[in-house]
Write a protein that binds this ligand. Structure first.
Ligand code: NAI
Ligand code: MG
Length: 492
């Protein structure tokens, strides 16, 4: 058994192989890729790297499990029990899952162990509860001549699902896809991100231990352009669900169009935080800063356009600067650190390019802006004052870079918020209910936070519009997205 050494603990894991049909297998061509610790740039381990043939084997395994495996024949209640047991096992393995995530992608250990992993088990618990409550609709219909009529709908599992996940919250995002798909009775082939695959491999093992039949969940770690591309294009899938960049999402959408295949896409954002003059700044500043700097800004829901009424702009800038300058940037396993690393060097270089662009396009750099001079991929939390037409206000940076933009009227604030290609989420800070209610219906986004910022809750839908994606995950909507509704007219 390989041991992964972190600066806090050592974690024993199974060989990092593909998981097909309930077994760990090497890639057919023996390929591997290397996982790197972003906090010190050392090699963690080599992971089996799936190619097209491996993906094909995984899809066949999922198809077999869907058509004639025990998963297809289990009752909803039995499926729910497997998912509940999985939730328990995730809780029992929280320290291990968290360490694997932090060592691979540099999120603070305290945030993975207190936040992400409990959220992961929470998602499994939520959908465990749905598994025996998947119902259709029914109604009486008008008679047809001498015949009476009655109508109802069945919600049946869609079939075999291809899921592609990102590195920023690997276990949680895998849960958003796998838990509702399994609850609905689908089977899954999951490709985790190459920057953080180990927690997903452990998650799959825990699901097997919880009693998931072989083939119901297959995991094909691998590179995006190889394993990811093969999965996205595979003709044997009934649905593809993806979280990641608009670039890849667009490609997945074009492939699905050819095949009339169902898709769910969550593609990130450039979300506005609207701060009105009557906001309780003492409370709100914490959330506004967190919305920019949490997980070094590597969050799809990050609120990186801080759109502030001009009368309080200086105060909000001061608050952000105070938060940025008090950050303790360091080893993500160290309890004293408040900022961990950027996932990899490419992502760090991207962030630095955006910061340079902010400067060269004339934004005022108020604080930060530098790579931290130490091994690893660390960058200072950064605050700009600027306008909504700057590149740093238009493109998703996926780093700790806030842009403060001012407005005079509520109409102007709404127009600025909507002036973006994205539409994932928005935050409104105000103690005036009239303002809040005026603004809510006018924002073109999938989710709104009022007087706060945070992660989605499993009981409510999550997803965006336009370049932020298509469809909804979580809650009833997230479950329905893995079923096909069949309408029946009965005449008698
Ligand atoms: P990405 O979209 O390349 O990666 C996401 C997943 O897609 C990974 O599993 C990757 O292996 C896979 N993938 C890559 N190319 C593929 C292809 N041709 N076909 C199928 N799957 C493929 O994102 P990346 O490069 O990690 O990050 C780039 C930017 O994307 C970030 O800077 C950020 O702006 C955005 N992003 C958004 C996320 C979100 O939560 N919505 C998560 C991760 C990235
Ligand atoms: Mg890494």
């Amino acid at each position: 058994m390989p041991t992964i050494a972190t600066s806090r603990t050592s974690v024993e894991i199974s060989d990092p192989l593909l998981r097909i049909g309930g077994r760990g297998v090497a890639a057919r061509d023996g390929e591997t890729y290397t996982s790197v610790n972003p906090a010190d740039e050392t090699t963690i381990i080599d992971i089996a790297s799936a190619g097209a043939e491996d993906v094909d084997a995984a899809v066949s395994s999922a198809r077999k499990a869907f058509e004639d495996g025990p998963w297809a024949r289990m009752s909803g209640a039995e499926r729910g029990q497997v998912l509940s047991r999985a939730a328990e096992l995730i809780e029992q393995n929280a320290a291990k899952l968290s360490a694997l995530e932090t060592v691979e992608m540099g999120k603070l250990y305290q945030h993975t162990v207190d936040g992400d992993i409990p959220a992961t088990s929470g998602v499994f618990r939520h959908f465990a509860g749905w598994a025996d409550k998947i119902t259709g609709q029914s109604t009486t219909l008008p008679d047809v001549g001498p015949q009476h009529r009655f109508g109802f709908t069945l919600r049946q599992p869609l079939g075999v699902v291809g899921a592609i996940t990102p590195w920023n919250n690997p276990a949680v995002v895998a849960a958003w896809k796998v838990a509702p798909a399994l609850a609905a009775g689908c089977t899954v082939v999951l490709k985790p991100a190459e920057d953080a695959s180990l927690s997903t491999l452990l998650l799959a093992e825990l699901l097997d231990k919880a009693g998931l039949p072989a083939g119901a969940l297959n995991v094909v770690p691998g590179l995006g352009p190889r394993a990811g591309a093969a999965l996205a294009a595979h003709p044997g899938l009934d649905k593809v669900t993806f979280t990641g960049s608009p670039r890849v999402g667009k490609h997945i959408q074009s492939l699905a169009g050819e095949k009339f295949r169902k898709i769910t896409l969550e593609l990130g954002g450039k979300s506005p935080q609207l701060v009105f003059p009557d906001a309780d700044l003492e409370q709100s500043m914490f959330w506004i800063a967190m919305g920019n700097f949490y997980h070094q800004g590597q969050v799809c829901a990050a609120g990186t356009r801080v759109i502030v009424h001009e009368s309080i702009a200086d105060k909000v800038v001061d608050g952000l600067v105070a938060a940025a300058q008090s950050a303790v940037i360091g080893d993500p396993f160290d309890e004293n650190s408040t900022q961990g690393t950027i996932v990899n060097e490419r992502q760090l270089d991207n962030i630095m390019r955006y910061i340079d662009k902010g400067r060269s396009e004339g934004a005022e750099l108020v604080t930060g802006g530098n790579r931290v001079d130490r091994p690893g991929f660390f960058v200072e939390p950064t605050v700009f004052r600027g306008t909504n037409d700057l590149t740093i206000a238009r493109e998703e940076i996926f780093g700790p870079v806030a842009t403060v933009i001012t407005f005079r009227t509520t109409e102007e604030a709404i127009a600025l918020a909507n002036d973006t290609r994205y539409g994932l989420n928005a935050m409104i800070y105000s103690s005036n209910l009239a303002t809040v209610h005026q603004v809510i219906p006018q924002l073109r986004v999938g989710m709104i936070w009022v007087n706060g910022w945070g992660v989605p809750d499993p009981s409510l839908p999550w997803g965006g519009r336009e370049a932020s994606g298509i469809g909804r995950e979580l809650g009833r909507s997230g479950l329905d997205a893995f079923t096909e509704e069949k309408t029946v007219h009965l005449a008698f």
